[in-house]
Design a protein around this ligand. Structure first.
Ligand code: G3P
Length: 217
């Protein structure tokens, strides 16, 4: 399973990259705004800064919602760096755009997926990734993990190459459950990645080893 980090915070991206487990980054307009980035030039500079930290796969989201405007934006984003994956919303014009970008050899991430049918359409259009938002479904008392499972089953039935990128992660357990189900990628905030590291028995065991090693030096 690939690990992406879901943030536009450069320090968090560097921390995850330094851990040696990072395969990519996802951002969205909300995450960019959270970092105080405003204006098209600043947004582009920020994407370049992210691309300079990681090896590949930086999802950058289009801001418009009509085919022609999104296509123009997507071309600009893709031209920024070969590491860019264009993130496209799950709307009719978005589907058309995914088809076009796939034909141009530009990788896409279809975002705001909340049903298996939406994932199926995105895969048919040739999306590189689909992003089901499991935490936001859990937030409204629907089973987000079940959505990941349903998409896995559908994609396996037809050997779709589109990867399932589980998004809207709320906890380290979400990550391990996604791994059990067979999500191809999980994108998570740094906090949940770091929590995966922790176990009290590891801490206790290490403290004991350090104590017992004193006479061995
Ligand atoms: O990047 C998309 C997704 O991960 C958003 O997560 O926490 O805003 O539901 P969240």
């Amino acid at each position: 399973m690939k690990f992406f980090i879901d943030t536009a915070n450069l320090q968090h991206i560097k921390t995850a990259q330094d851990l040696g487990i990072l395969d990519g980054v996802t951002t969205n307009p909300s995450l960019m705004a959270k970092e105080g980035i405003t204006g098209a030039a600043a947004v582009k500079a920020h994407y370049k800064a992210i691309c300079d930290i990681v090896e590949d796969k930086v999802s950058a989201e289009v801001l418009s919602t009509t085919y022609d405007e999104m296509l123009a934006e997507a071309k600009e984003l893709a031209a920024l760096d070969p590491k860019i994956v264009v993130k496209v919303p799950m709307i009719a014009d978005g589907l058309k755009l995914i088809k076009t970008l796939t034909g141009m050899g530009i990788r896409t991430n279809c975002t705001l997926i909340f049903s298996p049918g939406q994932a199926l359409l995105a895969a048919k259009a040739g999306a590189t990734y689909v992003s089901p938002f499991l935490g936001r479904l859990d937030d409204i008392c629907q089973d987000g993990l079940n959505l990941i499972q349903e998409i896995r089953e559908i994609f396996d039935n037809y050997d779709f190459h589109t990867e399932i990128l589980a998004a809207s992660i709320r906890s380290p357990l979400h990550i391990t459950y996604c791994a059990k189900i067979g999500a191809d990628v999980v994108t998570s905030p740094l906090d949940s990645i770091l929590r995966l590291l922790k176990h009290p028995l590891t801490d206790n065991g290490l403290a004991q080893f350090i104590k017992d090693s004193e006479g061995l030096k």
